[in-house]
Design a protein around this ligand. Structure first.
Ligand SMILES: Nc1ncnc2c1ncn2[C@@H]1O[C@H](COP(=O)(O)OP(=O)(O)O)[C@@H](O)[C@H]1O
Ligand SMILES: N[C@@H](CCC(=O)OP(=O)(O)O)C(=O)O
Length: 422
């Protein structure tokens, strides 16, 4: 194949976020995610009609010069019938087997459908780990950039056959958000069997939500169980989460149906638009906030909660009042205020069995006892992501203050703030 160098395929992604959904018509790099429920049925496997219709829309846009990355679910569902399975198995090894069979079938159909438009596709199977470690992240990024330069449409799925329970996304919605982040997409489009996010399960006469600008717009939204098709895993909850992850790191997201794919790409008023408003976040923090499996909880007192959430300090042992769960140093843990609200996620420097004898004790005391190897912070501020501001006594929290921690306080000196949540 000839290498494209000076064609629309090598147009760099713009640095500015699209302001509204109409900007999708001009977007240069778009991640599109399609769910199992749009492509497959339990009984019939892959729907040729649905897959071809989507490939037609995306191939036309690709031919017009827009870089398209397709995150496609459906491998497990497509593999059920060939293995004689009547429904989606719950056992991980059966899901792995079904994905292994179905992924090949899916790619064969995509290759053919895009090929009719002269568009080459490629298979990219990723695990959470590939996106988290700096070296593997950079490696995945290089491969994607090269594929896009070649004019290829990369088709991404989770590497279901090797992903274990511990490291699995499970749904592809959050994977798509991290892929959008990986390739610095202009926008993320999440396609499903429902045309938008509604204020409640659509079957109950709910009302469409056209735009989400922040968490306040989601407060009254009720999310029902996984859709009627019975083949998806994430449901609307993971789509909202993925769109939020994306929007909060500056990449706007649109949630709509596969039937609306062409209208969405043309910038028409369909679906639910999540306004991109945050700055790009390190992927490690996105993972910590939204994907990581939390292994335990550190309950902190009111002062420490305010310091961590409002003043962005490291968490010290003196402010921790209780520990639950079993974890090792480096594991993701939740930090909760005295009322039980989870205010942050962080990576702990201590194991759950080391912490009880440290709780409530000052840094000086602990330094004497533990000697030079003592790591001051139980959770360092650079390993912390704030999920909500702590509002003690119902009072609104002020802006992060630059004042240093009071003596004996359970917090360390101010450093960079990592805020993701609303
Ligand atoms: N508030 C809501 N707004 C829109 N859809 C919702 C809502 N609550 C639940 N749903 C359901 O979520 C389903 C989409 O999730 P899912 O089947 O997992 O999709 P996919 O396989 O495309 O990822 C829809 O079929 C819809 O019935
Ligand atoms: N990676 C899996 C995705 C699982 C799944 O059903 O995801 P989704 O339909 O996006 O909720 C597969 O290809 O079957």
């Amino acid at each position: 194949m000839t290498e494209h160098t000076a064609s629309p395929t090598s147009v760099p992604a713009p640095k500015r976020a699209l302001r509204s959904r109409s900007g999708l018509a001009r977007a240069q790099r778009i991640v599109v995610k399609v769910g199992s429920s749009s492509l497959t049925t339990v009984a019939g496997g892959i729907s040729d009609e649905a897959l071809t219709a989507l490939a037609d829309v995306l191939a036309v846009r690709r031919a017009a010069g827009t870089e398209i990355i397709l995150v496609s679910s459906g491998a497990i569902s497509a593999g059920l019938a060939p293995l004689g399975l009547a429904k989606r198995p719950t056992q991980l090894s059966s899901q792995q087997a079904a994905a292994s069979v179905g992924q090949g079938l899916l790619m064969a159909r995509y290759t053919e459908a895009f090929g009719r438009h002269g568009v080459t596709v490629s298979q990219v199977l990723l695990t959470v780990e590939d996106l988290m470690r700096r070296t593997t992240h950079a490696n995945a990024n290089r491969a994607m950039e090269r594929l896009l330069n070649f004019g290829v449409v990369p088709i991404v799925n989770e590497n279901d056959t090797v992903a274990s329970h511990e490291i699995r996304f499970g749904d592809n919605d959050r994977l798509a958000a991290l892929v959008a982040h990986l390739v610095k997409a202009d926008a993320l489009i999440l396609l499903s069997d429902v045309d938008a996010l509604y204020d409640g399960p659509p079957s109950e006469g709910a009302v469409r939500i056209p735009q989400v600008t922040g968490m306040q717009d989601l407060e009254d939204v009720r999310i029902g169980k996984v859709g009627k098709a019975g083949v998806g895993t994430g449901g609307m909850a993971t789509k909202v989460e993925a769109a939020t992850i994306s929007a909060q790191s500056g990449i706007p997201a649109l949630v709509t149906s596969t039937a609306n794919a062409a209208a969405a790409l043309a910038g028409e008023d369909v679906g639910t638009w999540f306004v991109g408003r945050g700055r790009r976040q390190p992927v490690r923090l996105l993972w910590l906030a939204h994907v990581a499996r939390i292994q335990g909880t550190l309950v902190v007192d009111d002062g420490a909660a305010k310091a961590v959430a409002d003043r962005r300090r490291s968490l010290l042992a003196a402010g921790i009042t209780a520990v639950t769960g079993h974890f090792e140093p480096g594991d993701p843990v939740a930090i909760s205020d005295p009322a039980g609200n989870v205010i942050a996620h962080g990576l702990t420097n201590y194991a759950s069995d080391e912490l009880p004898q440290m709780l409530g004790r000052s840094t000086r005391e602990l330094s004497k006892e533990l000697g030079r190897s003592f790591e001051r912070a139980v959770v360092h501020v650079n390993d912390l992501v704030i999920l909500q501001d702590h509002k003690s006594g119902g009072a609104p929290s002020g802006p992060p203050s630059g004042a240093s921690a009071a003596p004996g306080s359970a917090v360390a000196s101010p450093e960079s703030a990592n805020t993701l949540g609303g």
